[in-house]
Design a binder for this molecule. Structure first.
Ligand SMILES: *[C@@H]1O[C@H](CO)[C@@H](O)[C@H](O)[C@H]1NC(C)=O
Ligand SMILES: *[C@@H]1O[C@H](CO)[C@@H](O)[C@H](O)[C@H]1NC(C)=O
Ligand SMILES: *[C@@H]1O[C@H](CO)[C@@H](O)[C@H](O)[C@H]1NC(C)=O
Ligand SMILES: *[C@@H]1O[C@H](CO)[C@@H](O)[C@H](O)[C@H]1NC(C)=O
Length: 483
């Protein structure tokens, strides 16, 4: 029965291919031999496509992936949602983003009536029997893993086959959804993909697992993989839940049993860091920013701002241009011997000497370890620069102050204001032009999205007037060196 069904499917697939190829051939012949207008009159392309839809009966199409193709499953708790909802509401787009927040219990108190700015909620399935049966080491981990099955069921009920990607996150995961769409669109959603990121903190990877997507950073599963996981869910929990105490490892194990391994993506951030992460965010990788996490556990993203307000400030930049948000662009003021490094929509650093980009792209270690270990450094999965009082190494720090979109010039002006006086002697080279007098950096960037580029952008310091330096973004020259 099962085999004849799959044989039938196989035959249908071949038939579809045949139809597709012959249809394409007819289309090409018509295109080549007739003027365009005539073709559209006699044989509208739209009909050609509906013809294929009729005969292929496939829910997949080759249309570009958009936000409506992503289904989010946020694993939260009733207790945490009272304050964590601020984080999710900062990125959730009501009536546009799809998915649910899964709570351990029905909402109460100030959560009712349920906020229209939050994702709709579901109460997680009652897993009491399953937990006993599988002898789960950590019930919470099982609830999270089982959430994948619940999400596939809950978004799949409409049966329109429009979900291409399933995104699992925590209630303190912040997603940058347009960048997420652009990155996953580079993968084939009809194949099995498990996209995620390791922790920045080396020991997290040791304590939990290497080659695992950390859940707070977001785990992205192509729909066929999510479906396979959902189908195998109870058995996967029987195999792994007695031995592992985190959902992330169980997911990695279950995905591994399907024969799939992690596709790491650098723009997803678990943020297993503490303290001031501005150094990390000011030298972000060229990969589009897709997530942030653990904002409760680090200092506010902007100095002198409360956490949620600071997040909203970053989100204002993301709303203006998500593709450039946190992208690092470096240029020099040669006469004054300055290096200006801009983390778009977040910060600007001014150094009192000319430095190559390859140096300033390493984050300044303003932050500390997630959990202090007795292990010697390095603590992180990337190179860092140590904070220093050396005036030739320490930057003047500026943070995003305002954003103006200029529709007539198709440009965006972001202004960064000095955080505090640097209080260091001048660097040897800067003499009469030390940037201590600067209060603002103004950055002019195009209002066009910039994605999928092989290189970072370049910039020029176009003016330094009074207390303001003006920087203009542009594409780099073919063999331009940023040093
Ligand atoms: C979402 O859609 C519903 C129904 O169309 C509408 O009543 C509601 O106001 C919308 N919510 C938002 C936040 O736009
Ligand atoms: C969950 O199911 C168990 C039995 O399987 C039942 O005893 C328990 O009351 C249920 N819990 C809730 C919250 O419904
Ligand atoms: C917008 O750009 C135009 C053209 O460059 C310029 O003339 C105008 O002053 C700008 N407007 C603002 C508000 O900056
Ligand atoms: C800075 O100076 C340049 C050239 O002198 C001038 O064109 C520009 O308008 C000035 N900008 C500001 C902000 O004063």
């Amino acid at each position: 029965m099962a085999s004849s069904f799959s044989c039938g499917k196989f035959a249908a697939a071949n038939l579809c291919k045949l139809l597709l190829i012959s249809g394409l051939a007819i289309y090409l012949i018509l295109t080549i031999s007739l003027p365009n207008q005539l073709i559209y009159q006699k044989f509208p392309v739209s009909e050609l496509f509906s013809f294929f839809r009729m005969h292929t009966q496939s829910p997949q199409s080759t249309s570009p992936t958009n936000l409506g193709h992503l289904a989010f499953g946020i694993l939260g708790s009733e207790g945490g949602w009272h304050f964590r909802r601020n984080y999710v509401e900062s990125w959730w787009r009501p009536n546009t983003t799809r998915g649910f927040v899964y709570l351990d219990a029905a909402p109460t108190g100030d959560l009712l009536p349920w906020s229209a700015r939050s994702p709709a909620f579901r109460v997680s399935d009652n897993l009491t029997k399953l937990l006993e049966e599988v002898k789960a080491a950590e019930p919470m981990a099982v609830r999270i893993v089982h959430g994948i099955k619940e999400l596939v069921r809950d978004v799949g009920e409409d049966g329109d086959g429009s979900v291409r990607w399933v995104v699992i996150g925590d209630d303190d995961s912040i997603f940058f959804v347009d960048n997420l769409v652009d990155v996953v669109a580079q993968y084939d959603h009809t194949k099995h993909y498990y996209i995620g990121a390791p922790s920045e903190f080396y020991m997290s990877n040791v304590w939990f697992s290497f080659n695992q997507g950390f859940g707070g950073a977001g785990i992205v599963l192509s729909y066929p993989l999510a479906k396979a996981l959902a189908n195998d869910m109870d058995n996967c929990l029987r195999r792994h839940a007695p031995y592992f105490i985190t959902a992330d490892i169980i997911i990695k194990a279950c995905v591994g049993d399907i024969g799939v391994e992690l596709s790491p993506e650098n723009g997803l951030h678990q943020i297993d860091l503490r303290g001031d992460i501005s150094g990390f965010l000011s030298s972000h990788t060229k990969s589009p920013l897709m997530s942030l996490h653990h904002l409760d556990n680090v200092e506010s993203l902007f100095p002198k701002m409360e956490r949620v307000e600071a997040l909203r400030q970053l989100m204002k930049a993301a709303a203006a241009d998500e593709s450039r948000t946190l992208q690092q662009t470096v240029c020099h003021e040669r006469q004054k011997q300055w290096t200006i490094s801009v983390s778009w929509g977040y910060s600007a650093h001014v150094y009192e000497r000319v430095m190559p980009r390859s140096h300033v792209r390493n984050p300044i270690e303003s932050f500390s370890e997630w959990i202090h270990s007795t292990r010697p450094p390095p603590f992180y999965m990337f190179n860092t620069r140590m904070p220093t009082a050396d005036p030739c190494e320490a930057p003047h720090l500026f943070f995003l102050d305002s954003i103006t979109i200029n529709h007539s010039s198709h440009g965006i002006l972001t202004t960064y204001a000095r955080a505090a006086p640097r209080l260091l002697d001048p660097c040897l080279w800067c003499a009469a032009h030390c940037p201590d007098f600067l209060t603002h950096i103004r950055v002019f960037s195009p209002a066009t999205k910039r994605i999928g580029k092989d290189r970072c952008e370049c910039c020029d310091v176009i003016a330094v007037n009074g207390t303001t330096a003006d920087v203009k973004f542009r594409e780099c020259g073919t063999s331009e060196i940023i040093a």
